[in-house]
Design a binder for this molecule. Structure first.
Ligand code: MG
Length: 277
């Protein structure tokens, strides 16, 4: 099942996406409530709205806490990053992105040269937690997943690399398009065999598969839940495959007028125009 947050006639709702239409969920006012209630008792309106008439928002427009993010979690990307920085390949890192960085799946991304002249792309598979998870084993971990979505961990490289702390370069307003919807976990029993693609102006920049992840989704849930409680609606974005801009020769970055497309197999495609500040 595909679940989206959308705006229609000035009202924000949650809906079930069926081909080219959307049906409003009447039993939950927003996605976080729906995740907490579970989809079993959900009921939806009878009438549907054509999908092109609604504005899709991020499935969780305002997460309750920072988005957990994995860095250098794909083997090929870990190598390209280390080479571009003249470093040895290190283990995956966990950092976070501020809730205010979330953007809509077709929202504009603002490039402001007074903040950053190195705005880069990172297509990722994001995991939405469905149940409170504490000290969960890898073998049980996927039963705590509500669903999956596409996320682009847009990054201001110059700010990211200014210090050892990734946070500010990862948290600029709008630098986290997410969507176009959540696909529930029952439709993706194995998250470790999904193709991902990212293109700029129709030119393919990243193409990878989640089977290249160093820390799998199940491992990350086990590892994080040993240290802290994961809660319904928490988002974990799982890292990006090779092909990011700063590791290219010569390096490439996003500029106003560009269109960023991010796709994960079995989920969907986001399209974000880049605009000037
Ligand atoms: Mg990333």
């Amino acid at each position: 099942m595909k679940l989206a947050t959308y705006e229609y006639q000035g009202k924000t709702s949650v809906g079930v996406v069926l081909d080219d239409a959307i049906v409003r969920v009447e039993s939950a006012p927003d996605m976080l409530t729906l995740i907490e209630q579970g989809v079993a008792g959900m009921h939806a309106a009878r009438e549907s709205i054509p999908l092109h008439q609604v504005k899709l928002l991020a499935p969780i427009p305002r997460p309750r806490k920072n988005i957990f993010a994995l860095g250098r979690n794909y083997a090929e990307h870990a190598k390209e990053s280390a080479a571009a920085r003249g470093e040895k390949v290190g283990p995956p890192v966990v950092f976070t992105k501020a809730p205010t960085t979330v953007n809509a799946p077709f929202g504009e991304i603002v490039v402001d040269p007074t903040l950053s002249v190195q705005v880069d792309w990172e297509v990722e598979l994001a995991v939405i937690i469905g149940k409170r998870a504490r000290k969960v084993s890898q073998s049980d971990a996927l039963s705590y997943v509500f669903g999956y979505t596409v996320l682009n961990d847009v990054t201001a490289r110059d700010l990211q690399n200014r210090t050892s702390q990734f946070f500010v370069g990862k948290s600029i307003d709008g630098y986290c398009p997410m969507g176009p919807w959540i696909v529930t976990a029952d439709e993706i029993p194995n998250p470790q065999n999904l193709n991902l693609k990212c293109s700029v102006n129709g030119v393919l920049k990243q193409e990878g598969n989640t089977n290249d992840m160093i820390y799998t989704v199940a491992f990350v849930i086990e590892d994080l839940s040993r240290m802290m409680t994961l809660e319904p609606g928490d988002i974990i974005t799982t890292g990006t495959p090779a092909g990011v801009g700063f590791a290219r020769k010569p390096p490439e970055f996003l500029k106003p007028g560009d269109v960023l497309e991010s796709q994960v197999e079995k989920i969907g495609t986001m399209r974000n125009p880049i605009i000037a500040a």
